[in-house]
Structures are given as C-alpha cells and as structure tokens.
Write a protein that binds this ligand. Structure first.
Ligand code: PLP
Length: 471
C-alpha cells in the first residue's frame, strides 16, 4: 500500500492542468485584486465530507476553490502592511522543493549546500565576516528570538541553557517604533516585555543620548542591560536608526547590537541614495530580515545572521546520539542548520531565495526595490499636491503615511481614513492599511511590490480623493 497515484498518467495530466491554472492566475495577477471571500467558502473547505477523492479531483478543487482566494498581495495596487509580491522563480522553486522534499535540519545533501550558498551571499551583502553564521527561518519574528537568545547567552554565559536566567534582570533598548516582534521575543525568552525600553525617535531614528541615559539608569537600578535593537526601517513610519551611532553605543556599553531589518535591510541592494540608510549594518552582532517582504520571494522566508558563530552555536547546538555527525556519508557535512535555531526538521526555504538570485540577480532585485522607493516618493508628492491630503510623516524609503483630509479634526480624519481604506479594499481599487500617528488613524502604504508602476500609484491616490469626495 502506498500513497502514490494509482494512475500515474491521470496524475500527470491533472498536475499539468493544475500548473496551467497556476500560470494563468500568475499571468493575470494585474487584473486580480483581493476580493471578499464568498460566504460559502468556509463551509466548502470543511473536512467533513468529500475526502479521499484522489489527486485528479483534488487538482480540480485546488484550481477552482483555493487558487482564487488569496490575500491579493500579488496585485500591483496592494500596499497594505508589508506584504511581498511573489516571483515567477518562486513558482518554479516551490515545485522543485516539494518534489525533492528535502529536510534541511542537517546532513550532507544538495539542499543544505543551497542554504549555505544563500547565507554566504547574504553575509557579503551586509558586510558580515566569513566566520559569521546564519540560518533561514519562518520570518523576522523567529529570527529575533534566535538573535536575542544568542545575545542572552553572551550576557549570562552558557549556563543559562541549563539553569535559566535566575534573578538576572536583563534590559533591552530600542526606538519607540521597534516592531512588536522584539517584545514578543523577550516575552518568549522569559526576559519580559516590560524590560524593553522604548525611547523617543527623532527624524534620524532613535534618540541616542536618551538611550545612553536609560542604560545608565537601569544599571544604577541593578538591572543588567544586554542588548540594543536598531531598526532598519520601522514598520509604522519607515524610519531608519543611525546604525553607526548605535554600534558605537553598543561598543562603549559592552552590549549586543541586534538590527531588525525585516524589510528595510534590503535597501542595501537599491543603490544610491537608499543603500546609505543602512550604513553601519556591518557592525551589528546580529541581523534579522525577511526575504518574503522586500526580496519578493514567496512566503515564508526570513533569516538571521550572527557575527559570533560560537555564540550562535552555543545558544542552540544540541545533538543527541541519534543526530551525531559522521565522517562520511549522509550524516556528514557541517554546519547542520539545526544547531543554529529551534527547528530540527526544516523545509527548503533557501531554494526560493537561490532561485530568485539566479533568475534575476541582485542588481535587478535592487532596481525593483529602488523603484518601490520611487513609488513611495511619487505617492508622497501626489499627496502633497492634493489641496486637502497631508503627509503625516516624511517619506524615507517605501512607506507613505498620510491623511485624506487634513481640514477635519483628528476623530473625523481617523473615521474618514478607515472608511476609505475599507472602501478601496472592497472595490478592488487599492489596498492601503492604517496606522495611528499623533492621535490620527492614517492611511499607510508600504510598497514592497515589484508590479507597482507609476500609473498604479496615481490611480490609487485618485481613488482616495474620489472616495473622500464621495463621502
Ligand atoms: C514584518 C516585520 C517583522 C516581523 O517579521 P515577520 O517576517 O512577519 O515575522 C519585524 N520587524 C519589522 C520591522 C517588520 O516589518
């Protein structure tokens, strides 16, 4: 008894039809915005009937019932949250990854070499030394947990794995715009979200003297400062911290510098002036970033790089006898990626990154990133030119945060912006998300979309103006 297809010819024909359906949808991405999910969809997915129908019937259901109901982030006027777009190379690499079904926890096989090649390449992009380690993970959230576990090991020593952190009160420092992922990581590690100090930000990132003072105050209070978090692109307003200044501070204070570069780190590839936003990133002790946002690769794929491989390995390596490495054969090769994170069994995330780099190259990916920054600047200019709209934060890279009608009071502006975001989502005109800034719920566009063209940006802002004036 096997679960392979009973009829290989029928399977092949059905799989070809499904591939064509995927390619059709891929080619039509510009015409398919998010649409409300039909009311009967959820019931249709319920696993209480229609089971065991075989691959051909499955292929039909995948094409008819599953494919149409995505998030819409494949559409060129999707600017919500920070969603990547996907790539044709990813469609190919996911097919190959599923066929190989490799487990990248470790051992000696081709897929592991692909991940090592991706980490090597990323080390070069960010100026990390050849001795730095790295691992691909689900996303920046997981990467942050791993990085801060390494930082804690550095602060408390390897005994923390056996004994926990005892009475040590570890404290962490970041700008007010730091992503919630850092707080969650501190909660999860038992350090406590309340030990994250969120300091005021200026236009050029977190206020460094304020951070220095907070570190001194905590030391005087008996706490043990252990890490500084630099943001290379805050999620709400797109601010970049001065990473050189943070690296100097971390050096002076003997602290670990972790950089959250979830999307913004990739401005490194975008040339002048965008690449300069992350100057100093090569001085970080660890870096977390995503390939699934601004490198456009399919979900899910993030990465952590750690300058000190010994701290990385020290925080996670554990090989019971059944996982012992061997001199020859499948159990050979180093490193095993299970020694750099929490996951033992791991999918082939690296292949979709490798595939994107092989297909497009860093220059073309970087040009798409620069294009997105230009799109945000264009949006900012259109907002400024409109008699009633107003920017609520300067456009730094790919984020544009604005209000549709600055004549109204804060409450009315918020209500209007929320209504417009919803109306445009439901009509398929464009997807903006919202964010609160200075008491106003603003419209927010984060352009991490290689399909967005200037006409899409113009169309979206015109739709905002129409929705406002129609209200
Ligand atoms: C998205 C994001 C995260 C979380 O990353 P995930 O890949 O969603 O886990 C962390 N920090 C910033 C700045 C982000 O934009």
């Amino acid at each position: 008894m096997s679960l392979d297809p009973d009829d290989p010819d029928e399977f092949r024909a059905a799989a070809h039809r499904l591939l064509d359906a995927c390619l059709d949808q891929f080619e039509a991405a510009r015409d398919r915005p998010w649409q409300p999910v039909p009311g009967d969809t959820s019931a249709g997915y319920a696993l209480d009937r229609g089971l065991g129908v075989g691959e051909a019937a499955l292929a039909q259901r995948l094409a008819d019932e599953v494919l149409p109901h995505g998030t819409g982030n494949t559409h060129p006027r999707f600017f919500g949250w920070v969603h990547g777009t996907g790539l044709a190379s990813g469609l190919m690499s996911e097919l190959v990854a599923a066929t190989m079904n490799a487990n990248l926890g470790g051992r000696d096989h081709g897929a592991v070499y692909i991940e090592r090649a991706v980490i090597d390449w990323a080390r070069g992009v960010f100026g990390f030394p050849d001795t730095a380690s790295g691992v691909l993970v689900t996303g920046t959230s997981q990467a942050t947990v791993i990085a801060l576990a390494c930082a804690r090991l550095r602060a408390l020593g390897p005994g923390v794995r056996q004994h926990g952190q005892g009475a040590a009160r570890l404290t962490t420092y970041a700008g007010a715009g730091v992503h919630n992922a850092t707080k969650k990581a501190l909660e999860l590690l038992g350090i406590g979200g309340g030990n994250l100090r969120c300091l005021p930000e200026t236009r050029s990132g977190v206020d460094i003297p304020a951070m220095r003072a907070a570190i001194a105050a905590d030391r005087a209070d008996g706490a043990q400062p252990f890490a500084i978090i630099g943001s290379a692109g805050t999620v709400d307003l797109g601010r970049f911290d001065d990473l050189h200044a943070l690296a100097d501070l971390a050096r002076d204070e003997g602290l670990w510098l972790h950089v959250d570069g979830a999307f913004g780190a990739w401005t490194r590839l975008a040339g002048t002036p965008w690449a300069g936003l992350t100057d100093g990133i090569d001085r970080a002790d660890s870096l977390a970033c995503d390939f699934h946002k601004w490198m456009y690769v399919p979900y899910e794929c993030g990465m952590v790089l750690v300058r000190d491989e010994a701290a990385h390995r020290g925080a996670f390596a554990a090989r019971p006898s059944y996982l012992a490495g061997q001199a020859r054969g499948l159990a050979g090769g180093e490193p095993w990626f299970c020694d750099y994170g929490t996951d033992l069994s791991r999918g082939n995330r690296a292949l979709k990154v490798w595939a994107a780099l092989v297909a497009y190259g860093p220059d073309r990916l970087g040009a798409a990133i620069a294009d997105n920054c230009a799109g945000a600047a264009q949006m900012g200019a259109l907002v400024s030119d409109d008699p009633h709209m107003a920017l609520l934060a300067p456009v730094v890279s790919n984020l544009c945060v604005f209000t549709a009608d600055a004549r109204l009071d804060a409450g009315a502006q918020s209500a209007l912006n929320i209504r417009i975001a919803q109306d445009l989502q439901l009509s398929g005109a464009a997807v903006f998300s919202t964010v609160a800034i200075d008491g106003i719920t603003a419209l927010r566009a984060a352009i991490t979309n290689h399909r967005t063209r200037p006409k899409d940006v113009a169309h979206a802002i015109a739709a905002v103006a129409r929705a406002r004036d129609a209200g």
